[in-house]
Design a binder for this molecule. Structure first.
Ligand code: ATP
Length: 282
C-alpha cells in the first residue's frame, strides 16, 4: 500500500489558469521525496491537496488523493473522515507554526491533541507518559535542552526542529514539509534536513518536502518530483538533476533553483557545524 497515491489532480483557482494540471504520483511508505520547482510552480498547492487543506477540481469525478490507502479527497470532495486521516499526516511549514508564548515542551505535547480527550488538551493536562514521549521526541531532534524555554526565543532552525518533534509526538506516518528550510541559513537548513532524513531512515516515516534549492534535494532525498506550471516534469532519482538537466527542464527559471547551490565544500563545512549539535541530542 503506498503512503500517498494521487491521480488526475487538477486545481483552477481562476478560470483558465490551472495551478495543478492532472497530477498523478505515488509515494511508497518510507520514501523521502523532494518536490522542487520555481516559485508558483504548484508545490504548496500540491502539498495542501495531499493534506486535504485544499480541495481539487472534480475533474470528471476522477481526482483522487489517498493517504495510506484511505481517500483524503475524491471527485472534488473532502472525505468525511478527513480529520482522522489527517492524524497520520504531520505538517511542517516554512514559518514554523509554533505557539511562541508556550514552552518548547508544550508545543511538542500539542502534537498529541488529536489522540487525547479534548478537555485534557484544552486544560493542558498531559500525563507523565506523554511528557516523557515529548522529551524523547525533542531528544531525537537535538532539542531536549530547550524543553522549558519559550518557543519564541528559539532560532528559526531550532523552531523547525521542534515542529518536527511535534510530528513525532503526533505519531505521524507521513510528513509533508512545505519549504521548511526556505528562511534558514545553510547550517540550520542542513540540521533541519538531517532531522527529517533521520526520522525517515530510522522510523520509516514517509517524507515529502518541497524545496527551492536543488542541492538539498540531491543531498537528502533519493527521489525528486520536479514541477513546472502545475505539472510534473520530472520524477526520478535526484542525482540526475545536474545543472545542465535543470536548464533543459526549466530554461531561465533553472537559475532560481540553482541560485543557492553553493559548492559542495561549503555544504560540508555547514554540515560539520550542524552534525555534532544534532547528534548530541540523539
Ligand atoms: N489560494 C489561491 N488563490 C489563487 N491562486 C492561488 C492560490 N494558491 C495558489 N495560487 C496560485 O497557484 C499557483 C501555484 O502556487 P503555489 O503556491 O502552489 O506555488 P509554489 O510552487 O509553492 O511557489 P512558491 O515556491 O513561491 O511557494 C500560483 O500561480 C499561485 O498564484
Amino acid at each position: 500500500m503506498p503512503a500517498i497515491a494521487v491521480s488526475q489532480l487538477s486545481k483552477s483557482f481562476q478560470r483558465g489558469h490551472r495551478a495543478l494540471a492532472d497530477i498523478a504520483m505515488t509515494v511508497g511508505e518510507g520514501e523521502m521525496v523532494a518536490l522542487i520547482g520555481a516559485s508558483g510552480s504548484g508545490k504548496s498547492t500540491l502539498l495542501r491537496h495531499l493534506s486535504g487543506l485544499t480541495i481539487a477540481d472534480r475533474n470528471g469525478g476522477a481526482a483522487r488523493v489517498e493517504i495510506l490507502g484511505r481517500p483524503m479527497q475524491a471527485a472534488g470532495r473532502l472525505a468525511r473522515d478527513a480529520r482522522r486521516i489527517r492524524a497520520d499526516v504531520g505538517m511542517v511549514f516554512q514559518q514554523f507554526n509554533l505557539v511562541g508564548r508556550l514552552s518548547v515542551l508544550t508545543n511538542v505535547l500539542l502534537g498529541c491533541l488529536g489522540r487525547i480527550p479534548g478537555w485534557r488538551g484544552t486544560l493542558g493536562m498531559f500525563t507523565e507518559d506523554e511528557k516523557r514521549d515529548a522529551m524523547r521526541a525533542l531528544a531525537r531532534v537535538g532539542m531536549a535542552d530547550y524543553a522549558a524555554q519559550r518557543a519564541s526565543t528559539l532560532s528559526g532552525g531550532q523552531q523547525q526542529r521542534v515542529a518536527i518533534a511535534r510530528t513525532l509526538m503526533q505519531k505521524a506516518r507521513v510528513i509533508l514539509a512545505d519549504e521548511p528550510i526556505a528562511s534558514l541559513d545553510p547550517a540550520s537548513a542542513n540540521t533541519v534536513m538531517e532531522a527529517l532524513a533521520t526520522i525517515n531512515r530510522e522510523d520509516g516515516i514517509t517524507v515529502v518536502v518541497s524545496l527551492h534549492q536543488v542541492n538539498y534535494a540531491a543531498k537528502y532525498c533519493p527521489r525528486t518530483v520536479a514541477m513546472r506550471g502545475g505539472q510534473v516534469v520530472y520524477d526520478g532519482v535526484s542525482t540526475a538533476l545536474t545543472p545542465a538537466f535543470l536548464t533543459d527542464l526549466y530554461g531561465a527559471d533553472s537559475e532560481e533553483l540553482l541560485i543557492d547551490a553553493r559548492p559542495e565544500r561549503d555544504l560540508e563545512v555547514a554540515d560539520s557545524l550542524a552534525r555534532p549539535a544534532f547528534a548530541a541530542g540523539m
